[in-house]
Design a protein around this ligand. Sequence first.
Ligand code: PDD
Length: 285
Amino acid sequence: MSTVLMNGVFIPREEAKVDIEDRGYQFGDGIYEVIRVYNGKMFTAKEHFERLQASCEKINIPISFTVDNLTVLLEELIKRNALHNGIIYMQFTRGTSPRNHAFPTKEIAPTFVAYTKELNRPVTNLSNGVTAITVEDIRWFRCDIKSLNLLGNIMAKQKAAEAGCFESIQYRDLTVTEGSSSNIWVVKDQVIRTHEANQYILNGITRQKIVEICQKQGMEVKEEAFSIEDLIDADEVFLSSTTSEVTPIITINNVPVATGEVGEITRRLQDYFKEEIIAQCGELE
Ligand code: PDD
């Protein structure tokens, strides 16, 4: 039986219940984070906590937990569930109040839930790459907030699933924004590019780590939007996320990316990224 953390208290999963008028349940009025755990240790936890706080501030959800509080609580959750490799999912909603679109005028406590899930590194996808399709980005203009409102994202992911593909690469007008649950990268003539961090994408923690790695390793990286044409014409394409790390994309809309082989720069970034994981969490199997 697994343990979950609910409003600061550890309880059995079966006992964790949400009120029908919780605003997260009714409106998607809340935010979330997914943190990777390797060898029982959280990877880039501080960055995830900072983004969580930023998301809360952007939609005016007051949270009383500090980064230190959260670290202690989540480390305890990992221990109680004997989590070795997996994720922590956590979310804050605005709380429970009689249904009304506007924020409650009375002060209410946010609802906080965190639980763990076992998940191994996606070694086959990392090694062989995955397939993708392109879809129109129908989401709102505040994709920088890691909001619980994921309808646009799940509609996009469902299209990929129906096409037998792993991911949907979204575009607005002719500009590539991001994947349904990942950031998208292209490599052309040794230059690595991903959409700039603004309101059209979620500034992935994995994305930020990759930018840092490129700068440290002297690899040319540009945070600027690129077009669908650049995507189709790229030497290499890959996606990044907490669960997928640096995953090569080898076909888009059934057409191979360049030769259809995983590219050399993607491989190098995978290796450097793995070194970062090892440095924080210890040797990987
Ligand atoms: N998704 N863009 C979107 C829309 C995402 O949902 C995610 C992550 C990312 C990558 O962010 P990060 O590197 O911080 O994981 C980009 C998570 C994993 C999810 O929803 O499960």
